[in-house]
Design a protein around this ligand. Structure first.
Ligand code: DNO
Length: 392
């Protein structure tokens, strides 16, 4: 019996993406990871629009295999007044997606902000650019721009002192730029405003980690029947970074969190988008051990790696050269894949800006050549893993 390969995915932001579907084909990916970013969070995704997008992708000879993301509205995350309507809408979107045959859905349960970085053009030694997260810059934003009450005392003394010193030397333009990066949302979606962030942080004052976990559990219970009936696989994306920031609770960052999530609603639809990059920013995360624990519920994977310093600051490293044992990760995924009726989709997550990328505009983290490099390295690694498991 031949060994089944993982499916190579590629995040594509829709017809306006500067990386075209033709580019994706040349990179060698076959599964498109896409969302209807133009539809405001919380509204129903109409079947017709889904089918149109699907046809567009298929015309290019590719398939739409994963939705990333069907966003969970803040009203659901906070279980605030009116959440029932948002749940209804979410379920309606899921049914429409299932009717169109797109059944793997990625989402996150991060309060207010999706992934957070403090710099988008960190220059590496070889001149390529990477995304970067620095605690001192985060503290500057938190204390001097957002002016969150109590923020000062939440950072270690060392971070606070360095932030205070650095902030003095920053112009208002530089502070604005920092705020822009931290508040940056998903391309083509509505950006988060400073005011929204402040308001939302207030709402979360009454929702601690346990409260947010509970809200996730209730959300999963609400959608369970629809998912089971329609064969939908929900995959939760880890928090990025995988620990609390800006005083907001986080519930998907480590082994204990994922055990909780999978047990909370112990049904096959309740799965994980295993993002090695997000998880590797957590200093105590043993990524292969975590994958071993959750692998049966992994329906989608983001493969990349970060490198951290002692303070926990991190930049996005080469896909095979960060704080992740990528050989083990691919080995576990590939082995698990042999048990599956449908192969697991992975995508090279993020990429450096390199070569021609440096002269083009692309969505942060989503340049063509940087990701092509990551994809090519990972598919080579998979081949090596498979050959190692089945020496001829
Ligand atoms: C960043 C992405 C995330 C991810 C969402 C899933 O590059 O991995 O924005 O799509 O968190 O809901």
């Amino acid at each position: 019996m031949s060994t089944k390969r993982l499916l190579q995915g590629w995040r594509w932001y829709g017809p306006n993406d500067s990386v075209s579907l033709q580019d994706v084909k040349q990179a060698g990916a076959s599964v498109i990871v896409n969302a209807l970013h133009h539809i405001p969070h919380g509204e129903v995704w109409p079947l017709e629009t889904i089918l149109e997008r699907k046809a567009y992708i298929e015309k290019a000879g590719l398939t739409w295999g994963v939705v990333e993301s069907l966003p969970v509205h803040e009203v659901i995350k906070t279980r605030s007044r009116g959440y029932e309507q948002y749940i209804k809408n979410y379920k309606a979107s899921l049914v429409n997606l299932a009717k169109a045959g797109v059944k793997t859905v990625c989402y996150n349960f991060m309060p207010v902000l999706d992934w957070t970085r403090t710099q988008l053009d960190y220059t590496l030694e070889n001149g390529a650019k990477a995304l970067y997260f620095n605690f001192i810059d985060l503290a500057i934003f938190d204390i001097y721009v957002l002016k969150r009450s109590g923020a000062e005392s939440e950072y270690p003394k060392e971070v606070f002192n360095q932030a205070a010193k650095k902030a003095k030397g920053l112009s208002s333009n530089e502070l604005d730029e920092l705020a822009k990066v931290i508040l940056m949302g998903i391309p083509n979606e509505k950006n988060i405003e400073l005011e929204d962030l402040r308001k939302n942080i207030d709402v979360y004052k009454n929702i601690d980690k346990q409260g947010l976990r509970e809200n996730l559990k209730l959300f999963l219970e609400d959608i369970a029947q629809v998912c089971q009936e329609h064969g939908i696989k929900m995959t939760i994306h880890p928090d990025d970074p995988p620990y609390p920031i800006l005083g907001l609770p986080r519930i998907a960052g480590n082994m204990e969190d994922f055990k909780y999530i999978l047990n909370a609603v112990d049904m096959p639809f309740n799965g994980v988008c295993f993002c090695t990059g997000s998880l590797s920013a957590g200093k105590d995360n043993d990524i292969p051990a975590l994958l071993e624990e959750v692998k049966e519920r992994v329906y989608f994977a983001h493969l990349r790696a970060v490198k951290k310093d002692d303070m926990g600051n991190f930049y996005e490293a080469d896909h095979l050269d960060g704080d992740v044992d990528m050989y083990r990760v691919v080995e576990i995924l590939s082995k698990e894949n042999q048990n599956r009726a449908e192969s697991i989709v992975f995508r090279p997550d993020h990429g450096h800006q390199l070569l021609d990328d440096l002269h083009k505009v692309s969505n942060p983290g989503y340049s063509a050549i940087g990701r092509l490099k990551g994809l090519a390295e990972i598919r080579g690694l998979e081949l090596g893993v498979i050959r190692n498991a089945n020496p001829s």
